[in-house]
Design a protein around this ligand. Sequence first.
Ligand SMILES: [Zn+2]
Length: 278
Amino acid sequence: MRSDVEILVMVNRSDHAVLTPPPVIGVYNMGYTFPPSARASPKFFFRYPTEKIHISQTLYAIVEQRVKNKFCVSGTMKMFDLTMPMDTQIPIFPGDPEPEIIQVASIKENGWNEKQITIGSHFSTHIDAPFHMIKGGKKLDDYPITKFIGMASVIDVKNQKLINPGLDEIEQNDIVFFYTAHINKIRYKEYFQQNPILSLETAQRLIEKKVKIVGLDSFSPDNEPFEIHKLLLKNDILIVENLINLDKLLNSRFMCYILPLKIMDADGAPCRVIGVLT
Ligand SMILES: [Zn+2]
């Protein structure tokens, strides 16, 4: 469907959307609904999916029509890859199996290229399932894919040795990432030492808030005896480790896709993590 006016919805850093004047690109929607009360008001707002969007009455009808038609344009999206490149140079947690990526076929020899990849289930950017640390705990394949996709925020905790930030903005079922900047040490041996630790209080508040996934740009939210790991996993909160690029999404709210390899009975698995800012 074409219209004389195209509308661009942008969500700014304070989570309030603004509409640019025409001519612009299009409406991006995730199937939100318009509350009846909004129809009577000269200014409208509705959930997107959790942000308030203010629009003028003139534009309302067009947006409504496009939402009804499930019109969706990706021109306004920005995508961020929060995944480490996977190669054998990535340092491994002490004691984990050495990664091996070897060429086992080539176009010249065989007519095709193929690699054999040997890695631990907690190599590179990956997600931990409860079964990783809890006897009889849930495995990755016990979760529906909805567990791995949702609204996410990045909280700036750079320079906090004990991670203890405010969590007021966090909502139930959110994915919460902590930007520690510890990942900058990935090529140094200190990476597995002096890592920032998630405070017990913060872990408890995340449990109270019923978030579904916690992640950070470090190899672990805690050290032996992994009290924080066990507490989160026991409460059905999965943990993503070795994230990168979190600084690019600081203080924003975005759609996040955490896609682990579909390994049966998995205690954890490497995953591709993508943030989509609309
Ligand atoms: Zn892990």
